[in-house]
Design a protein around this ligand. Sequence first.
Ligand code: PBG
Length: 331
Amino acid sequence: MIGSYPNTRLRRARAHAWSRAMHRETALTPADLIWPLFVTSGSGIEEPIKSLPGVSRWSVDGIVTRAKEAVDLGIPCIALFPNTPSDQRSEDGAAAYDPDNLMCRAIKAVRDACGSDVGILTDVALDPYTSHGQDGLLDGQGYVTNDDTVAVLVDQALNQAEAGADIVAPSDMMDGRVRAIRMALEMGGHPNVQIMSYAAKYASAFYGPFRDAVGSGGLLKGDKKSYQMDPANGDEALREVALDIQEGADSVMVKPGLAYLDIIWRVKERFDVPVFAYQVSGEYALIEAGVAAGVGDRDALVMEKLTAFKRAGCTGVLTYYAAHAARLLHG
Ligand code: PBG
């Protein structure tokens, strides 16, 4: 219509690449990424994980190579998960606090090779070590007990700290475990070991491929709904985060990622604490399945999703795409 113009043309700023770059509100960098890696026994071994196409388990020597790659790519931290040999899994998950377990050997090897050039984050939960695949100890009814489990998680966390972990990340969702672990770290001479709590961890259908990767999937009977959160709840996530901060968490995590951006945002708005998201195995596998089905371009899909975490308020993201994304970011 002649003589009638929009007051504001937001498209002006979008017209050229230089202008889009200048107006961009969120920047993803390699320093925002934490790279989860799966450890297996032996040496010189790479085991591709069928349900996580493009991701493998590596023996300790391979983990060291990946850790060096992380350093070269500017990825500040790796997260280690063990595929415990089945003869070392037990009802009580005692291998979790064996100072010579796969985790401890991997932690030490990375520390020896990389010094403090890369952070090492370790998962505190019993599922890679139990013969039943649950994250804690069972009572006679198959219920995961809280306080007895916390006592074992403390031993597990101390064991990891002693091997050289920089960040212990309780992913078990027991009540009171952050305080118990913090106290034990202080008293055990590890005041600088951080706790990143999986504060809002949901009983999600997106963890399937991870359970294959650590070999607990086939063992797991039932579900984890008596300790992990109901996906329908948001207010409760804020209570979980508040408690974990009060108990001594240095940073908190929301998990899974993309289906829970609202939770990330609410945590960020409410609390003054670094918040991380875990783009979990099922999210990764769905992108890969989508790419294979011709839904879209992998690189574009990955970068859009990772950027969304930053936009929602994340300090960083745990992602199986960490190395891939860092390479893209380096151009
Ligand atoms: C262990 C743990 C799980 C994940 C991270 N730590 C699985 C679970 O709770 O069953 C899932 C990560 C992923 O799916 O990528 N407690």
